[in-house]
Design a protein around this ligand. Structure first.
Ligand SMILES: *[C@@H]1O[C@H](CO)[C@@H](O)[C@H](O)[C@H]1NC(C)=O
Ligand SMILES: *[C@@H]1O[C@H](CO)[C@@H](O)[C@H](O)[C@H]1NC(C)=O
Ligand SMILES: CC(=O)N[C@H]1CO[C@H](CO)[C@@H](O)[C@@H]1O
Length: 467
């Protein structure tokens, strides 16, 4: 209900009084809380800018510098002082993070990224398809330099123009998201200009790391990984996907371009992005066009670092022989709450100089002290059809016993008529409501998973070699 409803509807006297009573109750509670808990407010960054706060935090340390440097709160006020990653890597090196998002999703996806991944980074740029200021953060329009005449004629730019109109008229741009398709179609046009603007604004960095708002970047692993490489080599690295036969670094998994390569691709190549403005419309994906253009302009191909750089997340990763002793640098499709959970998990680690490996990460999906056994309305992504003698329809019990009785079986999934198992990895999967009257039930061979975990320690991290 809108506030104005209270004043225009004649019959709403009663709700008005109820609302006033509620407001007063809240005021009372706030005052009571403030009076009983002043110490806990002292460490809150927002409090340090008000006149009631003492100049020191609750533990006696000087308050953060936000009051004297209002222009740079990302480093001073917002960075969680307790973020252990920042202390472990006091000098992260000459690394620039670049995040690409879109105006219809920015408020939904960016905040958790800023509160977690970016907590230790002072070098980053944020690109979108609309120039915006969110508190201290300047979000740049990656398409600012895109050919004007094409913006006006390409149907894919309808959303771009509408966003500007929505902003001018004060409408909620998030409402333009709908199924996300239009934002997805517009997204591909941003890649080359984003890369070009990145170099123009921050030339001569060692490394440029490009991610999306739902990419999870394991900051410590990324820094450890980059330390093993030379930024004076021309490198374009990520998780390789293909369009027809042409390889490219999948955007959502994140990719890294060395300073040396970006210098030749952009720095010594003025006007590069505009020359390709017409090249996207008939292609599926911007990350693919980026790879093709790098190849065409400077003859450098993508190097594959999968699964260290990958497009899955704890709930969907296939833990096991292919994903075990390698460090995890990125994950994708990470929802804000999943991000917070991984972040907490990271913060609780003992030694940030020890890379976080898939083996350790598997504890999020399969905690040793709380292993899942069986879940209803659940799909664990088992995909090998287990057939029973005479092709009979198995029961859930038969499916479960079929898996638990097999040495190789990590898990099973039953849908009322078919039994699927997974033997080469274990995956957590997720909720899946019944469809066509079939209930999905999934279960795990807990003893096998535990045995596998114990008999496969990772004495040394296996950094992935380019392949
Ligand atoms: C737009 O393009 C011009 C010419 O290529 C370039 O000088 C300028 O820096 C670009 N603007 C941005 C914001 O990158
Ligand atoms: C942390 O791990 C690194 C790398 O394995 C090791 O050299 C260092 O001694 C460890 N630090 C502590 C406090 O255990
Ligand atoms: C929820 C989910 O991703 N379910 C998938 C489980 O695995 C089968 C077979 O691999 C897929 O078809 C489902 O989409």
């Amino acid at each position: 209900m809108h506030l104005s409803d209270f004043w225009v509807r004649p019959g709403s006297r009663k709700s008005l009084w109820l609302a006033l009573a509620a407001v007063c109750l809240v005021c009372t509670l706030v005052v009571a809380f403030y009076e009983t808990e002043p110490a806990s407010w002292g460490s809150s960054p927002s409090h340090s800018s008000t006149s009631v706060s003492p100049a020191t935090t609750s533990n006696g340390a000087p308050a953060t510098a936000s009051a004297t440097e209002p222009a740079s709160p990302p480093e001073s006020a917002l960075k969680a002082p307790s973020d252990r990653r920042c202390r472990a890597f006091a000098d992260p090196g000459n690394v620039l993070l670049v995040i690409k998002t879109g105006a219809t999703e920015i408020y939904e996806k960016l905040p958790t990224q800023l509160l977690t991944t970016l907590g230790c980074s002072e070098n980053y740029l944020i690109f979108s398809d609309l120039d915006e200021q969110i508190g201290p953060y300047h979000i740049q329009d990656a398409l600012a330099n895109f050919t004007e005449s094409l913006k006006e004629t390409l149907p894919d730019f309808n959303l771009y123009l509408k966003q500007q109109d929505y902003r001018r008229t004060g409408q909620d741009i998030a409402k333009l998201k709908k199924d996300g398709h239009d934002a997805w179609t517009l997204d591909k046009y941003k890649f080359l200009h984003m890369v070009e603007m990145t170099w123009n604004e921050r030339p001569n960095m060692d490394w440029y790391v490009f991610i999306e708002p739902d990419t999870y970047l394991v900051w410590s692993n990324m820094l450890l990984w980059l330390q093993t490489l030379s930024p004076s080599d021309e490198l374009y690295m990520g998780s390789v996907a293909y369009v027809i036969n042409e390889p490219f670094a999948h955007g959502g998994s994140g990719y890294v371009i060395s300073g040396e390569l970006l210098k030749r691709f952009v720095g010594e190549n003025p006007g590069m992005a505009n020359r390709y403005d017409g090249a996207f419309t008939n292609e599926c994906c911007g990350d693919f066009v980026l790879a093709r253009t790098i190849k065409q302009e400077v003859d450098v191909g993508v190097q594959n670092f999968w699964p260290q750089v990958n497009g899955e997340k704890p709930a969907t990763l296939p833990f096991g022989p292919t994903h075990w002793c390698q460090p995890v640098v990125t994950m994708h499709h990470v929802e804000p709450r999943e991000r917070s959970a991984i972040f907490d998990f990271e913060q609780a680690r003992e030694n940030f100089s020890e890379p976080l490996l898939f083996r350790e990460l598997s504890e999020i999906a399969f905690p040793s002290d709380d292993m899942p056994t069986e879940e209803k309305d659940w799909d664990n992504l088992s995909n090998i059809h287990l057939q029973f003698p005479g092709d009979t329809t198995p029961t859930l019990e038969q499916c479960r016993e079929g898996c638990l009785g097999l040495d190789v079986c990590f898990q099973y999934r039953y849908n009322g008529e078919e039994c699927h198992v997974l033997t080469e990895a274990f995956k957590r999967g997720g909720k899946r409501e019944a469809d066509d009257g079939k209930q999905w039930v999934s279960g795990w061979n807990v003893r096998k998973i535990q045995n596998w975990r114990e008999s496969n320690p990772c004495p040394t991290p296996q950094w992935v070699q380019a392949h």
